[in-house]
Design a protein around this ligand. Sequence first.
Ligand SMILES: [Zn+2]
Length: 136
Amino acid sequence: MGTAKKAMFGGLRRWWGILTFLLLIAAWKDSTVGPAVVLALSVVTLLWCAFQAPVACGAPVRGRSDGCRNNAYGLMLGCRQVRQHTFANLRLLFVRRQVREFCKDLFSDGVHVVVTLAGIGSFLSGLVAFVPGIAR
Ligand SMILES: [Zn+2]
């Protein structure tokens, strides 16, 4: 618990996507902020979730039920310590078309859930900001 917390806050630099996500929520509440700002925040948050968020790699490892615990690079990429893991998620999604398996990974632990929800939230907000008329 103690070490997990330390790792989380020690790596605050890698958690900037949460900050942009909070800014995004603030931007939605503030009616003076234009849709261009909302769209920009949505895009960077979404990119962070997909390619930067420090989630656990989760690639299958023989003898471990919870898979690889190295830090990965976003929901789309795996860790860089093991070469086969780096693109394991993308392969799962696009080559093997195991969408259900991929989606299961998105909710495999607390960090994944937070990042996944931030990703979904920013995607929807970007969509709404992009379509004029819905926003406000
Ligand atoms: Zn890995």
